[in-house]
Design a protein around this ligand. Structure first.
Ligand SMILES: Nc1ncnc2c1ncn2[C@@H]1O[C@H](COP(=O)(O)OP(=O)(O)OP(=O)(O)O)[C@@H](O)[C@H]1O
Length: 268
């Protein structure tokens, strides 16, 4: 079940505290949509936490609130005990579409967040960009325009761009949903490796149960009308190091079935 926290408990000194967060969108003078009923949970530092649920259950709204891009109607989000009050440099965002600017090269796209935030010198940003492009396997394309890259390569570039300011958290909104299954699985494998080596906290939104199970330490199961967090599933019996071979193992199928059961119980 979602972690309940009393309102007066101090926010966690490490990790992300989502506390009594709700969102109501006003639609004109008299209508409104309850996008999220009040919810509280704590995402641990270094954790891979996914939200899954059908369309309209508030996944994107919640991710945007955590990243400071949307203001909650009630409650607040605390990172390492400090409240998020707007777009936050501690979080790098990756969206469903790569949102790379077509008139800039791949390298220039990577450098853009540093140009805006001035978080480090351009010299340091360039050497960091080179390392990230190498790590994501697209170094040979750094001077190309984004539209010369395949969809998978564009998402690799978007991930590299999100990492350029070295945020401690990556917030990813269905980053691989437009890709074919093979490319998606390869990028899942790479993301898993990246999370372990760079020790990032990752918050991941997806519609895909297998993808969530493969990647996540915990999965928040969300339900629609009104949007809410119904339950949290913790991965059980997985090896410490997950790699592609996990997808063929009995424990993987068992965990996918357990996640499906959580949805069946919602009677959507
Ligand atoms: N800016 C907005 N103004 C009004 N209503 C909104 C806005 N953003 C989201 N909503 C509504 O809030 C609800 C939750 O939307 P949200 O995009 O968070 O769901 P989701 O689970 O991410 O859906 P999907 O999987 O289709 O992306 C929906 O009913 C949506 O129509």
């Amino acid at each position: 079940m979602p972690t309940a926290r009393s309102e007066d408990a101090a926010p966690s000194a490490t990790g992300i505290d989502v506390r009594d967060v709700s969102k109501i969108f006003a639609l004109g003078a008299s209508e409104q949509t309850v996008a999220l009923k009040p919810l509280s949970l704590t995402i641990r530092k270094g954790e891979f936490f996914s939200f899954i649920g059908p369309s309209g259950c508030g996944k994107t709204t919640l991710l945007r609130i955590i990243a400071g891009l949307t203001t909650p109607t009630t409650g607040g989000v605390f990172i390492n005990g400090t409240q998020v009050t707007g777009p936050d440099s501690r979080i790098g965002m990756v969206f469903q579409k790569s949102t790379l600017l077509p008139w800039r090269t791949v390298l220039q796209n990577l450098l853009l967040p540093v140009e805006v935030t001035k978080s480090c010198s351009m010299q340091e940003a360039r050497s960091r960009a080179d390392r990230l492009l190498e790590m994501m396997g697209i170094a040979a394309f750094k001077n190309r325009s984004p539209d010369e890259l395949s969809g998978g390569m564009q998402q690799r570039a978007a991930i590299a761009r999100a990492l350029i300011t070295d945020p401690e958290i990556l917030a990813m909104d269905e980053p691989f949903s437009a890709l074919d299954e093979f490319t998606r699985e390869r990028l899942n494998d790479e993301l898993m490796g990246l999370q372990k080596s760079a020790q990032k906290t990752i918050i991941f939104v997806t519609h895909n149960i297998s993808e969530a199970v493969f990647l996540s330490d915990r999965i928040g199961v969300m339900a629609p009308r009104p949007g809410r967090l119904d339950s949290i599933i913790e991965a059980q019996g997985f090896p410490a190091v997950r790699d592609a071979s996990l997808r063929k193992k009995q424990e993987f199928f068992r965990e996918v079935a357990r996640a499906r059961d959580a949805f069946d119980r919602l009677h959507l």
